[in-house]
Design a protein. Structure first.
Length: 122
């Protein structure tokens, strides 16, 4: 795969998750194939497409992540959203409230805790 696709993916990871996030990704020669596909395809292609804005992509991803009950991933998304200025703390709380009725109370309770942890900076 082209090197520019990887570079675009790493840059988008920083945009999505916060400055310097790409430094957590090992060099290509030491990376798992699935990790490279994530960098190149998910971030280099999908997140970089012009059809949706960053905020819209963020909202979709938060909803999907919440539905899966992945508080750990939601924490990463919430932190990135705040750092990038895509969402405010109040908007994140409102999203969690709205999602309670779609993702189920157990999932919503865990994502609520994850969002509050990020908002409070702990």
């Amino acid at each position: 795969m082209p090197a520019d696709q990887r570079e675009r993916g790493l840059a988008m990871m920083d945009r999505v998750y916060g400055p310097g996030y790409h430094e957590l990704v090992p060099p290509e020669e030491h990376s798992f194939p699935s990790a490279e596909e994530t960098v190149r395809h998910l971030f280099g292609d999908i997140w970089s497409r012009p059809g949706l804005g960053m905020r819209e992509r963020r909202l979709i991803t938060i909803g999907a992540t919440a539905m899966l009950g992945r508080a750990d991933l939601l924490e990463t998304q919430a932190r990135g959203a705040l750092l990038a200025g895509d969402l405010t703390a109040e908007e994140l709380r409102e999203i969690v409230l709205h999602l309670h009725f779609y993702v189920g109370w157990p999932n919503a309770t865990s994502i609520m805790a994850a969002v509050e942890k990020v908002i409070r900076g702990s």
